[in-house]
Design a protein around this ligand. Structure first.
Ligand SMILES: *Cc1c(COP(=O)(O)O)cnc(C)c1O
Length: 383
């Protein structure tokens, strides 16, 4: 059996080696390393895949969030509401721009930002909501859009973990994650569902004016060469990364299917265990439906009940099985983001999740034997 890994980038590369190598070689042959034709090609292909008017590539997912907020013209003192249970990049850029982060609790079933908590946190200074589509499924976008409309707020989707996921509204209309709010960010970090071989990111929007503004911001605030109209940044996706991404984009749906298949097998093994809560899928789906990409499993995350998590982690590691805890410390408790405005009692769910969650190996190359070893080892510990 192949060694079990959290993410198997080598196996994934081996399966498409010729295609990726050819794509990279084309860039090297043309030496168009920055803003070359590959970047345009990938941009166009990703726009078509997502059904969004504008994809603006940039250097990483953290930049993408920052640039989205700059593009919207958010100003120091503006309050931006986001989830307490997420990777720190989301709150980091809010703070860096001098905006005021307002962390709120999440929903215990799907780990995404809690709608009532958002509503309670809205003040006259609130300018934007940043839902994070955590672990591969969309936040409750319909409710978030309704709140945003009512209070005249922007919606910035942090889509670093859910590229390729589909959101179905209550009227049946479907949209890809990251094409629903005013603007969205994504990351092409190697382990993400669509990952490059280095750093990369992108911003998505259907708004022509905002896309124009953002295209200037990523390029030193230039709309005309050497004319700097606004303060910008230097944030580019390099052509070699675009070449990798363009080759991998054609496999994204299959990659996500592989993740869903692995999740189905995990679910089947764990579903009736008294110490385990299996992940719920998105949009109110209870299970992982066959033709619904409501969850693309960036992570497969269980909630453990009455279980010594550290001991389980040690048990799995002793059997050569890696696992992860995303995220062990709620953001409102992090030194950098503590704030006297926060009341720990308002973060009940995040506090509990940070103690209960465990993420099992999840990637595109997991085979049945590996899944069998993982599930058996977890169940053996809990028996
Ligand atoms: C990975 C990630 C980011 C940051 O992406 P980078 O490309 O590493 O900068 C932001 N938000 C979330 C939720 C992420 O998972």
């Amino acid at each position: 059996m192949k060694k079990i890994q959290m993410v198997d980038l080598k196996g994934q590369y081996a399966a498409i080696k010729d295609q990726v190598n050819t794509s990279i070689q084309e860039v090297i042959d043309t030496t168009s390393f920055i803003n070359g034709p590959k970047v345009k090609e990938f941009q166009k292909n990703l726009e078509d895949y997502l059904g969004v008017k504008h994809v603006i590539p940039c250097a990483n997912g953290t930049d993408a969030l920052q640039i989205a907020m700059m593009g919207l013209g958010l100003q120091p003192g503006d309050e931006v509401i986001t989830a307490d249970f997420t990777f720190a990049a989301t709150v980091e850029v809010i703070a860096l721009l001098g905006l005021t982060p307002v962390l709120v609790d999440v929903d215990p079933d799907r780990f995404n930002i809690d709608i009532d908590a958002i509503e309670k946190a809205i003040t006259p200074k609130t300018k934007a909501i940043v839902p994070v589509h955590l672990f591969g499924q969309c936040a409750d976008m319909e409710a978030i859009l309704a709140l945003a409309k009512k209070h005249d707020l922007y919606v910035i989707e942090d889509n670093a973990q859910a590229i390729g996921a589909t959101y179905t509204a209550s009227n049946g209309s479907k949209a890809k994650a990251g094409t629903i709010g005013d603007v969205a960010s994504t990351s092409f970090f190697p382990s993400k569902n669509l990952g490059c071989y280095g750093d990369g990111g992108a911003i998505f929007t259907n708004n022509d004016d905002l896309a124009h503004t953002i295209r200037g911001i990523v390029n030193h605030g230039m709309y005309k060469r050497y004319h700097h109209d606004v303060v910008g940044v230097n944030s580019r996706l390099d052509s070699i990364q675009a070449a990798v991404l363009d080759a991998k984009l054609s496999h994204l749906d299959n990659y996500n299917k592989s993740r869903q298949n692995a999740a189905r097998k995990y679910n089947a093994a764990f579903k009736n265990h008294p110490n385990i809560e299996i992940p719920k899928a998105g949009n109110g789906c209870e299970t992982i439906c066959d033709n619904c990409d409501c969850h693309v499993f960036h992570q497969y995350t269980l909630k453990l009940k009455n279980t010594d998590r550290d001991a389980l982690v040690a048990h799995l590691n002793s059997k050569g099985i890696p696992c992860g805890v995303y995220y062990p410390i709620p953001l409102h408790k992090q030194k950098a983001y503590q704030d006297e405005r926060y009341n720990d009692a308002d973060f009940k769910v995040t506090n509990q999740l940070s103690k209960e969650v465990i993420s099992l190996p999840m990637h595109t190359e997991l085979d049945d034997d590996q899944i069998e070893v993982i599930t058996t080892s977890v169940l053996e510990f809990l028996s």
